[in-house]
Design a protein around this ligand. Structure first.
Ligand SMILES: *[C@@H]1O[C@H](CO)[C@@H](O)[C@H](O)[C@H]1NC(C)=O
Ligand SMILES: *[C@@H]1O[C@H](CO)[C@@H](O)[C@H](O)[C@H]1NC(C)=O
Ligand SMILES: *[C@@H]1O[C@H](CO)[C@@H](O)[C@H](O)[C@H]1NC(C)=O
Ligand SMILES: *[C@@H]1O[C@H](CO)[C@@H](O)[C@H](O)[C@H]1NC(C)=O
Ligand SMILES: *[C@@H]1O[C@H](CO)[C@@H](O)[C@H](O)[C@H]1NC(C)=O
Ligand SMILES: *[C@@H]1O[C@H](CO)[C@@H](O)[C@H](O)[C@H]1NC(C)=O
Ligand SMILES: *[C@@H]1O[C@H](CO)[C@@H](O)[C@H](O)[C@H]1NC(C)=O
Ligand SMILES: *[C@@H]1O[C@H](CO)[C@@H](O)[C@H](O)[C@H]1NC(C)=O
Length: 748
């Protein structure tokens, strides 16, 4: 039996003097241990219900231990000892995954029928310890693409999930507009000034970063207040479990009206962003040497500390996200950086600035070595914590010389826009965090997941979260086998073969960098065009064939449970997306060869495929546009705001901007979206191609773009039609039927 005292002694040797603390002051959660114990006890109850009595938990006295859990088993009772709530919760999840074969995931749980008595663990006990101090979660965009409409029930579930997966550094951005409004009103801005400034709920991420203003608004006060109330619950829960929630800080972006109110303030206009014109995207950035910078930053921090009864001292701010600084002069960049830091410390002397390091990847031509060095070293060592945001594909830490001594977090970004579509870099996430940690000059202090949107590719996140906590590579094949067992509560060899095949092909992108988004989600979601840019895939269609064949053999052997149903939809969705591409290319070929009959037959087949795509998606609420819209409407406190919120919800996943400024960037494979948005676009396209062949006139791409915008895309974003929110057919039955119908076309 592992003795706790021995474990603690060893722990102290390994972490109390560890170099991980060299660069960053430890920032502790200040929740009293007795409260943490009660909070984790409640979590155990939420997860295990009436079986929770069989788990005993305890905490060791506080010290600078790296988070850990010690599991001991005696006579049907599992005892978990940890240094805080996160350690215990991680230990519990590990036990559920590896001894009970259970899974709690974004898209449903497989948690019923835990054996009684509880399965035993090795008699000597089990000791799990985090290999890094911080495990971070969320991209600043995740709140907009995934959690914007969440109520407390959904948030509570997510925070439980974070704790169970060892996350101790989550972004906590909800509700900040209420605080900003107070600050700006104190500075003399009017409600009208602010209504022109704040964006709608679905676009807050970009409003906060200074990329957008006004679009999708005005943001109702009732929303600001209800989100603030939600934030209180979120923060209380995160803190009670021992997490360090990251609050927002001031990055320098101000409402346009500040320059009217303070005509002498030194403000530069930057922007516009993406394809937005100045109306929605020109940004006002306070110059670092303006005294107002410090005033606003300080007020904002102080207002939050007052509102939230304290702080955990880590704040996120991004001044130059997808925005090129007005000068590359290193003295200017250092000043810009110092201004953010000093405005934070003016409000909280212990502040640590967390920066999303997207800018270095996004504009490498601007951020050369001297510029990076100036930006990061202007802040005292250990007071700037960088997220190396896209480490699995484009790590920046090497070129940035390990941030010249500033600590950083190795993050997997993986997803853009919350798009669906299978993708993974399993080998990189399995091996590279450890490699980076062990590099001599490395200042890595954590791992993170920073997807723009969640609810996709759960296997990939599951692996990253484990690899992140333990920072130990696993045997991926063996790991996938266990993943399948816990997801399906089954040893079915075809189910295992399905995911081993996915794991070694579509989830095994070992090429450098990251593929074009269009390869991940397929042309099925795109505005059709006669111009194809053929890019190389990192996997073959023959592996997709194997995947589908294996899964079709697995389905009859699997239980009809949520995780199985979800994957039946997910795999079928992926196959239809792949077939769509084949049919599309074939149709264009026939068009080029001027064969109207074959072209039209293929066109009909494509439209038929859209019907089936919609049909399979409509069997699971995780894939239904109706639910996204319903939740948007429900989140409006005042019924008069519901239509505006619905517009936000519809626009973000389609046009993304009033005129398709980032057309289809946030697309989803969702029922109703397929039926009323994607399909009509393709129907119009096919009609135009056919017309062109019959009349022997060229296809007019400009006319088509115009027509598809005004006949399909824009009407969809302003429509108020209601869509189904409850599944009708059985996922497994439909998946099987569509396998038989469409499988021959995968090889076409
Ligand atoms: C929260 O939202 C979910 C849908 O996302 C819904 O099922 C649930 O009933 C809501 N809970 C409350 C308390 O409103
Ligand atoms: C702006 O600066 C001018 C010239 O220095 C000064 O006269 C004026 O009072 C200042 N205005 C404000 C609002 O501070
Ligand atoms: C910017 O775009 C909006 C929406 O498309 C449009 O209403 C506005 O006139 C445009 N403004 C400018 C300055 O072009
Ligand atoms: C605020 O926090 C302090 C400890 O920092 C605690 O004693 C007090 O009860 C808290 N107040 C509220 C309203 O939560
Ligand atoms: C950067 O700006 C400072 C202050 O304005 C100036 O002294 C310096 O020469 C500039 N450096 C470069 C490389 O232009
Ligand atoms: C940066 O700030 C210092 C000190 O305030 C100042 O001397 C220098 O000119 C500033 N650099 C630039 C480029 O503005
Ligand atoms: C992983 O485990 C399997 C099964 O034991 C074994 O065949 C394979 O060689 C292992 N792979 C690696 C990379 O060690
Ligand atoms: C991924 O592909 C590489 C070769 O490109 C191979 O060495 C590795 O074993 C593969 N990983 C998995 C999990 O199949």
């Amino acid at each position: 039996m592992l003795k706790l005292s021995v474990v603690l002694f060893l722990l102290c040797i390994s972490t109390c003097n560890g170099r991980l603390f060299k660069t960053l002051d430890p920032v502790k959660s200040y929740t009293a241990q007795s409260d943490q114990l009660a909070a984790v006890q409640d979590l155990v109850k939420r997860v295990l219900g009436d079986r929770s009595d069989e788990i005993k938990i305890s905490l060791v006295p506080e010290a600078n231990y790296q988070d850990f859990a010690l599991l001991q088993y005696n006579d049907g009772i599992l005892t978990i000892t940890g240094n805080n709530g996160i350690g215990i919760a991680y230990g519990l999840n590990h036990y559920l995954k590896y001894f009970c074969r259970k899974q709690l995931s974004w898209a449903g749980d497989q948690i019923g029928n835990i054996p009684k008595p509880l399965p035993a663990i090795p008699t000597e006990g089990l000791f799990l310890q985090a290999g890094v101090k911080y495990r971070y979660y969320q991209n600043v965009c995740t709140v907009s693409y995934s959690s914007v409409w969440w109520n407390w029930t959904r948030w509570e579930r997510e925070i439980d999930w974070m704790a169970l997966n060892g996350i101790n550094l989550p972004l906590a951005f909800t509700g900040q507009e209420a605080i900003w409004q107070r600050v700006y009103k104190k500075l003399g801005l009017s409600q009208m000034d602010l209504d022109e400034h704040f964006v709608g709920p679905a676009f807050l991420a970009w409003g906060r970063m200074g990329n957008l203003k006004g679009f999708g608004g005005p943001l109702p006060d009732s929303w600001k207040e209800s989100q603030l109330a939600l934030q209180h619950k979120i923060l209380n829960r995160m803190r009670s479990l021992g997490m360090i929630p990251v609050l927002p800080g001031f990055a320098g972006h101000v409402p346009l009206a500040v320059s009217k109110k303070y005509p002498n303030a030194s403000i530069s206009q930057l922007g516009g962003w993406a394809n937005f014109n100045c109306t929605y995207s020109c940004s006002s950035l306070l110059e670092p040497d303006d005294p107002l910078f410090r005033t606003i930053g300080k007020m904002f921090i102080e207002e939050q500390i007052k509102e939230y009864n304290g702080t955990n001292h880590i704040y996120n701010a991004d001044t130059f996200n997808e925005m090129i600084p007005r000068s590359n002069n290193v003295s200017y960049l250092g000043n810009a950086s110092l201004a953010v830091y000093e405005a934070m410390t003016a409000g909280d002397p212990q502040a640590v600035w967390l920066m999303q390091g997207w800018l270095f990847h996004n504009a490498p031509w601007f951020w050369q070595t001297p510029q990076i060095k100036a930006l990061v070293t202007a802040v005292p060592m250990g007071r700037l914590l960088l997220l190396d945001l896209f480490s699995e594909a484009y790590p920046q830490f090497e070129r940035a010389n390990y941030y010249y001594g500033q600590p950083f977090i190795w993050c997997m970004l993986h997803d853009f826009g919350g798009n669906l579509g299978f993708y993974g870099k399993l080998e990189a996430i399995n091996n590279n965090p450890r490699k980076t940690l062990l590099t001599v000059d490395s200042t890595m202090v954590g791992t993170g997941i920073t997807p723009e949107g969640i609810n996709q590719n759960y296997l990939v996140y599951d692996l990253m979260l484990e690899a992140g906590f333990t920072v130990q590579p696993v045997n991926i094949s063996l790991w996938i086998e266990e993943y399948v067992r816990r997801r399906y509560d089954s040893d079915d060899k075809f189910a295992i073969a399905t995911w081993l095949e996915i794991g070694s092909s579509i989830y095994n992108d070992t090429t450098t960098g990251f593929p074009a988004k269009s390869l991940i989600r397929g042309p099925i979601v795109k505005r059709p065009s006669t111009v194809i840019t053929e890019l190389p895939y990192w996997y073959t269609y023959s592996s997709l064939e194997s995947v589908w064949d294996y899964f079709s053999k697995a389905m009859p052997n699997l239980k009809d449970i949520p995780t199985v149903r979800y994957d039946a939809v997910d795999i079928t969705r992926q196959m239809l997306q792949a077939i769509h591409r084949v049919l599309y290319y074939a149709m264009l070929q026939e068009f080029e060869w001027k064969n109207p009959n074959t072209m039209f037959t293929l066109g009909e087949l494509i439209l038929d495929l859209y019907d089936d795509f919609d049909r399979i998606l409509a069997t699971d609420s995780h894939f239904m546009m109706g639910c996204w819209i319903r939740d948007a409407r429900l989140s409006a406190v005042d019924p008069k705001d519901r239509d505006l919120f619905e517009y936000n919800a519809r626009n973000q996943v389609t046009l993304w901007g009033p005129e398709g400024e980032i057309l289809d960037y946030g697309d989803k494979h969702w029922a109703s979206l397929a039926k009323y948005y994607y399909r009509p676009r393709w129907a119009l396209f096919i009609q135009r191609l056919e017309y062109s062949l019959i009349t022997d006139t060229p296809f007019d791409p400009v006319g088509f773009a115009h027509d598809v915008f005004s006949n399909v895309e824009e009407p969809f974003t302003i429509s108020k039609s209601t869509y189904p929110t409850t599944p009708t057919e059985n996922s497994l039955e439909v998946a099987m039927e569509l396998y038989h119908k469409w499988r021959p076309f995968l090889t076409l």
